[in-house]
Design a protein around this ligand. Structure first.
Ligand code: NOJ
Length: 570
């Protein structure tokens, strides 16, 4: 059985995603930046994380909050300078924290010099770096949609052709079938690896190639239709049908076979360096290749893409994922990021949110695989539903608002509700460092780039939780420390027990030197461990939410309190 010492750093690590615009504002202009993040490195070291995923820090006109890159080897001046970046990287490394960057391969900003050169004329040297086509019958080349609304084609009047964009029109897709594109992007990858960054999270890899025949999807559906049908879906069949419909519309724009060659090529670049990694923004384990020739990890999104985490869901997710992992592959679990609702909202029930947040933490830290946390979850930050359309920063929200109001004729308040619950400003608001004005993120007199959630003044902030032993922040700290000391949680295999229980999630994690029983009660009622030949008779409590660590416990028939979490060495 594997021991932690046989694992690579990224298999032992807990990652923490920093969304730079909202994490910490060093220069007091209302926008997070690298000096701000540097000043919080001690906080992160003390929290007990091992690695940072930094969302895009590159120069960008910010049409998609940095996921529209205008220079792959620079630093957004709003966030600081290259020297600041170096200080950030060195500061993290000095504290034993690794740093991976976000790498957006599919598209650039429309303001990237490559795109500008590509627009210069039909015979421009970089014309073929992007995907240009003639129109058809006075309209776009085909009926493909952008996943952010409207046609996937934008007309360029100066050259009389259309360019393709899977995301916003300010994010033209690169033509990855052109070897020069690959060369230029791999140079950028080497630039950061040479500087010492520890790897990359690869944005939206499924979108990199399109079917070269560019067939119409022919369904006649628009994004609004798809979203409406997905929202109306109640039963599992409805949901499956919504998924199929989505694929019928976007199938030819996604997950083309050449992607595996590209991932292998990128992996060999990364493997020229010691110990660097690639994490794909996809849940398709096929991109782990043989387990050693494509990506090191892909996210287990199917774990989090549910309205409620239940033992039944977690068990079936684990059964499926762990069985599908290639030999040598390694799982990666997360419950939230900058694109998804906050954990507190998504998995809370409105009554026991704090207790459920602790179970979510226990789950992500105790399942087999590398956990990824999202900044702010450690203090229980919640979604902020904006009320004023002028506050919207996510263009997806703006598009939904305008479409719902102007095309669907909804009243403005309803259009706004649809916009904020289906876009991403809600989970990107500034981090709460204190209960003071603007949550201590920026000075009182400054307007932060997105409003700060008013609940920063009600205990949801770092300063108030810091010295409070039972706070969520201190639970995160204690749990992260404890995980480091528990080889079974890092390296152990996973064996579910009590597999028909609807309320208790029970599993063993086992290495040759340690066996841990993990018990999570997802119910507001007490549960009971069932006598079972696979259940060890007794053990010692290592970590728990309701009782003193060190207590000896007789396991069969043990009563488990509402929302209790127990980790018992057996
Ligand atoms: C996925 C990123 O996580 C998201 O924030 C972004 O809008 C799209 N990719 C486009 O880059």
């Amino acid at each position: 059985m594997t021991q932690p010492s046989q694992l690579a750093w990224w298999q032992r690590a807990v990652f923490y995603q920093i969304y730079p615009r909202s994490f910490a504002d060093g220069n007091g202009d209302g926008i997070g930046d690298l000096p701000g993040a540097i000043a919080k490195l001690d906080y992160l070291a003390d929290l007990g994380i091992d690695a940072i995923w930094l969302s895009p820090h590159y120069p960008s006109p910010q049409f998609d909050c940095g996921y529209d890159i205008a220079d792959y080897t620079g630093v957004n001046p709003e966030y600081g300078t290259m020297d600041d970046f170096r200080l950030f990287l060195e500061g993290a490394h000095r504290r034993g924290i690794r740093v991976i960057l976000d790498l957006v391969l599919n598209h650039t900003s429309h303001q990237h010099p490559w795109f500008r050169e590509s627009c210069a004329g039909r015979s421009a040297a970089k014309r073929d770096w992007y995907i240009w086509r003639d129109g058809r019958d006075g309209g776009p080349p085909n009926d493909w949609l952008s996943t952010f609304g409207g046609s996937a084609w934008e007309y360029d009047p100066s050259t009389g052709q259309y360019y393709y964009h899977y995301f916003f029109r300010q994010q033209p897709d690169l033509n990855w079938r052109n070897p020069a594109v690959k060369q230029a992007m791999f140079d950028a990858v080497r630039f950061w690896l040479d500087m010492g960054v520890d790897g990359f999270r690869l944005d939206a890899i499924g979108t990199i190639y399109e079917d070269p025949a560019m067939p119409d999807h022919g369904t006649g559906l628009t994004l609004v239709d798809l979203q409406r049908k997905a929202m109306e879906a109640q039963t599992d069949e409805d949901k499956a049908a919504a998924g199929k419909r989505w694929l019928a519309v976007f199938g030819a724009q996604l997950d083309q076979p050449e992607l595996h060659d590209l991932m292998r090529a990128l992996r060999s670049v990364v493997d020229e360096y010691d110990d660097r990694i690639l994490v794909g923004e996809t849940d398709d384990l096929a991109y782990c290749g043989t387990g050693s020739d494509e990506l090191h990890m892909v996210f287990n999104f199917s774990l989090m893409r549910v309205d409620r985490l239940t033992p039944v869901h977690v068990r079936s997710n684990q059964a499926e994922r762990l069985a599908a992992l290639p030999p040598g592959g390694w799982p990666c679990n997360t419950l939230g990021n900058h694109d998804s609702p906050r954990i507190h909202n998504r998995f809370g029930d409105g009554l026991h949110d704090d207790a459920l947040a602790r179970l979510s933490l226990a789950l992500v830290l105790c399942l087999r695989g590398t956990p990824f946390l999202y900044n702010g979850e450690e203090i229980g930050m919640t979604d902020l539903l904006l009320e004023d359309p002028a506050d919207l920063r996510d263009l997806l929200g703006v598009w939904i608002y305008q479409t719902a109001r102007d095309e669907l004729g909804l009243p403005p308040e309803m259009a706004m509700y649809l916009a904020v619950t289906n876009s991403r400003d809600r989970n990107r608001t500034p981090m709460h460092w204190s209960s003071g004005p603007n949550g201590g993120f920026c000075p009182a007199a400054v307007k932060p780039w997105l409003p700060v959630h008013p609940n920063h003044a009600a205990g949801i902030n770092v300063a108030d939780q810091q010295d409070h032993p039972g706070s969520l922040l201190n639970t995160y700290r204690a749990f992260l420390r404890f995980r480091r000391s528990a080889p079974a949680l890092i390296a152990g295999d996973y064996a579910p027990l009590q597999v028909h229980d609807r309320d208790l999630l029970v599993f063993l994690r086992r290495t040759a030197t340690q066996r841990c029983l993990v018990v999570l009660n997802y119910s507001a009622h007490p549960g009971r461990l069932q006598a079972d030949p696979a259940l060890p008779p007794s053990g010692r409590l290592l970590f728990g939410t309701h009782r003193e660590a060190g207590t000896g416990l007789a396991l069969p028939d043990l009563e488990i309190g509402p929302f209790e979490c127990l980790i018992v060495e057996v």
